[in-house]
Design a protein around this ligand. Structure first.
Ligand code: MF3
Ligand code: CO
Length: 267
């Protein structure tokens, strides 16, 4: 069952999404070789609680941490640990919050220093594909139009692997609502979208093949071929002529740039 949100509810959800964006931009400032994903997860939990919200992933189906930090060949649901990040690593940081009863859930993939050129391109193309999907999130279109746009740009145009096992989703008072939003599919297929539908659109794109497996910890999803994977996620509200993007990458990108400049001044 699809639950449509009123304008007032959408404004509350924007606050939830923006709190995730702010948290991601704070984390961006801390990223450098040597930092552990566990220390980042602690900071994320504290920042969210300091802003009158609850980290929604904690205890979700027994998940034991505040956030998912997925390094290199980890696609999503990476469990924070004590391994230091290294120069050239990439890390997807996925954060969920509940603020005033409404979920925010979005993610961004960061580079630590300079990854290889093919990995940098994967990051750029995956982010582009997210926006190409969002362009289709308007009233009268179908969910498959979003899926098709993402798959076209990543798989067809660039030959990347589109993960099949995990999908985007509706968002609201629950973390996962209808409809599912696959990152692959046919134009004109799936449920028709109306104004007030809030979606978390989240391409998970592999440099190599599409195949993934889940580790014995029950969470960590990795690529089978061991090649890197990138994940970006925005929260958007379907509107008449174009989607309203509730989360905000501009503050994350600004923090990311400032951090990179800081590095180069010191080397
Ligand atoms: N953002 C993810 C999703 O949309 C992560 C949720 S898994 C959790 O499904 F267990 F960590 F919460
Ligand atoms: Co999500």
């Amino acid at each position: 069952m699809i639950i449509y949100k009123t304008n007032e509810e959408v404004e509350q959800m924007r606050q939830s999404a923006l709190l995730v964006s702010k948290t991601l931009s704070e984390v961006a400032k801390l990223l450098k070789p040597g930092i552990t994903t566990l220390s980042l997860d602690k900071m994320i939990g504290e920042f969210v609680k300091d802003h009158n919200a609850v980290p929604s992933f904690l205890n979700y189906r027994g998940y034991p941490y505040n956030s998912c930090l997925s390094v290199n060949d980890v696609v999503v649901h990476g469990i924070p640990n004590n391994n230091p990040l290294k120069e050239g690593d990439i890390v997807s940081i996925d954060i969920g919050v509940i603020l005033n009863g409404w979920h925010g859930d979005h993610a961004y993939t960061f580079a630590i220093g300079e990854p290889a050129d093919d990995v940098k391109q994967l990051i750029r193309v995956t982010k582009e594909s997210l926006y190409k999907g969002i362009e289709k999130a308007m009233a009268g279109n179908r969910v498959g139009d979003i899926s098709f746009a993402i798959q076209e740009h990543t798989e067809k145009k660039h030959g990347y692997g589109v993960v099949r096992e995990l999908v985007g989703h509706g968002l609201g008072r629950n973390l996962h609502e209808d409809p599912q939003v696959p990152n692959f599919g046919k134009r004109g297929n799936g449920p028709k979208m109306k104004e007030g539908l809030v979606l978390a659109i989240e391409p998970m794109i592999n440099l190599g093949k599409k195949d993934v497996y889940t580790e014995n910890d029950g969470w960590t999803v990795r690529t089978k071929d061991g090649k890197p994977s990138v994940h970006f996620e925005h929260d958007v509200c379907v509107r008449k002529y174009k989607a309203d993007i509730l989360s905000d990458y501009s503050i994350i990108e600004a923090a990311e740039k400032a951090n990179v400049n800081l590095f180069s001044n010191h080397t």
